[in-house]
Design a protein around this ligand. Sequence first.
Ligand code: SF4
Length: 251
Amino acid sequence: MVFLKVNFGGFVPLSTVDWRGRAVCTAFLRGCPVRCHYCQNAAILDGKDEREVDEVLAMIEESALVISGVVFSGGEATMQKEALLALAKGVKKMGLGVGLQTNGVYPATIRALLEEGLVDKISLDLKTQWRHYNNLLKKDFADRVKESLLLCTEAHHAGRLPEFEAVVTTFRGCEDDIAYIAKDAESVDLVLQQGVIAGVAPLDFEELAAIADRLGRSVRIRTRQDGEVAYEGRRIVRAESIRDQERRSEQ
Ligand code: SF4
């Protein structure tokens, strides 16, 4: 029994879109210190709905037969460090994988999860290039997110974090930021996620692919219309064919 409260935001018993390749359930933890104008979960950024950690674990257990993992999302799940650690421990005891969607502003929670081997996948939001970060978030969070990126990248390369992706929600008019963000995330998987906001036409797959082409690297492109697509990039394909030609001429 764990006598610890969690500020609960909601629960989806079965999802096939929150963790690529897995059926999972998704638990939302309430509260977030950031206020993104495009937030899809604005209803759970504030307020209180306290539940016992065991109650949430019981919900997860009911799905356990049909899932292989649990994704913690929000709000910002890492804001509730002790509750999240207890939940992740409980999930691990069930033999399930633990995923986390985070904005990275609580690196101490991420560090604890990694040190205790309690997380298998982290999706880290990178919201803009560093020099605009604090201005965009209206808070002094850039250094904390940098620390989270470093922690996750190091853990991933050391094999302590099996899956790690940097996720950039991409809006029309902000395309120029992507090259700066991609440079900081050059050694990890990068997801270009279509940003949707009232009054601005969202970038479509072809437009996001054109951004990826300029980066000259493979990315995953997520749009409402096409779902998630692994995009290798026209430039990368060309580069490979040049290498192939060179190899052929050496033979
Ligand atoms: S960081 Fe995430 S949960 Fe928080 S306001 Fe932004 S989009 Fe919403």
